[in-house]
Design a protein around this ligand. Structure first.
Ligand code: SAM
Length: 243
C-alpha cells in the first residue's frame, strides 16, 4: 500500500520498512535510553485518568502505545497508526507477546489522510514523527479533526538544539557519530544519514508551535529537554470547537 503519492513520503515509508528490524535497538542505543523518559513525560500529559481512546500517530513498533497502556493501568485503549507495514508488523509481534497488547489496535494508513471519523479520540500523541512528514500543516489539521472537543494533543520530537556548548557536543555526536553507528548496526547508512539530516534541517520548535496553533489548537506549550534537542509540544482542542 502507498499511503501517500508524494515521492518524499514513499521514500520515508520505504526507509522505515527497511530499518524496522533494528529500529528499537538503535533507538534506545542512540538516545542512551533517554527516549524512555521523554515518552513517559508525553504519556503523563495525555492520560486523563478516565477511560480514554488515544491515537498514536506514526506508532512505528508501538513503544509509545504499549507504554501508555501500561501507565494507564487498564484505563486507556490506544490505536496506533502508521504507513510502514514492516514497522507495524513489529508492533503486532509485541501485541501478541505483551500483556499490554489487549488494549492496542494497529492500523495502516497515512497521518495526513487519517482513516478515522471526526471527533473520534479523547487524545492524540506522536513521537519522533514530525520531521518525517511532508506536510506538517495537514498532519496537524487531520489530528485536530479526529480529536473530540476538549481533547489533548502531545508531540515529542528532535530539533536542532539551541546554541552553546551542548550544541557543539551534540552536533559532533548526532551529525557525525549517529550516522556511522546506525549505518553499521542497521546496515543502512542512508537511513541514519537521513535521520541526522532530518534533525539538522527541521523547523524551530517555535515554528512548530505556530503550525499547531494554525490548525486550530489552543493553549499550545513547548517544553524543552537537553537544550531543546528534544521538545514536547502540548495543545488542546477547545471544548467548544467541532472539527
Ligand atoms: C522515527 S519513527 C517513530 C516511531 C514511534 N512513534 C516511536 O516513538 O518509536 C517514525 C514513524 O512514523 C511513521 N510515519 C512517518 N510519516 C508518516 C505518515 N505520514 N503517516 C503515517 N506514519 C508515518 C514511520 O513509518 C515511522 O514508523
Amino acid at each position: 500500500m502507498s499511503a501517500s503519492n508524494s515521492p518524499r513520503d514513499r521514500a520515508v515509508q520505504n526507509m522505515f520498512d527497511r530499518i524496522a528490524g533494528r529500529y528499537d535497538l538503535l533507538n534506545h542505543l542512540i538516545s542512551f535510553r533517554l527516549d524512555v523518559r521523554w515518552r513517559h513525560h508525553a504519556i503523563r500529559q495525555i492520560l486523563t485518568g478516565g477511560n480514554s481512546l488515544i491515537l498514536d500517530i506514526g506508532t512505528g513498533t508501538g513503544d509509545l502505545a504499549f507504554n501508555a497502556v501500561k501507565e494507564a493501568k487498564g484505563n486507556a485503549r490506544i490505536v496506533g497508526l502508521d504507513f510502514s507495514l514492516q514497522m507495524l508488523k513489529r508492533a503486532r509481534v509485541k501485541q501478541v507477546t505483551s500483556r499490554q497488547g489487549v488494549n492496542t489496535t494497529f492500523v495502516m494508513g497515512s497521518a495526513m489522510a487519517s482513516p478515522f471519523r471526526d471527533d473520534s479520540f479523547d487524545g492524540a500523541m506522536t513521537a519522533f514523527v514530525l520531521r518525517n512528514v511532508s506536510d506538517l500543516s495537514l498532519l496537524f489539521a487531520e489530528t485536530f479533526r479526529v480529536l473530540k472537543p476538549g481533547a489533548k494533543f502531545v508531540s515529542l520530537d528532535m530539533f536542532p538544539p539551541s546554541t552553546g556548548w551542548f550544541s557543539t557536543f551534540y552536533s559532533v555526536y548526532f551529525y557525525s557519530w549517529v550516522p556511522r553507528i546506525g549505518g553499521i548496526l542497521s546496515k543502512d547508512s542512508n537511513a541514519y544519514r537521513y535521520l541526522s539530516e532530518s534533525v539538522r534541517q527541521f523547523q524551530t520548535p517555535e515554528n512548530v508551535e505556530k503550525l499547531i496553533e494554525r490548525a486550530g489548537f489552543a493553549n499550545v506549550t513547548t517544553r524543552k529537554f537537553m537544550s531543546g534537542a528534544v521538545c514536547m509540544h502540548v495543545a488542546e482542542k477547545s471544548p467548544m470547537v467541532k472539527a
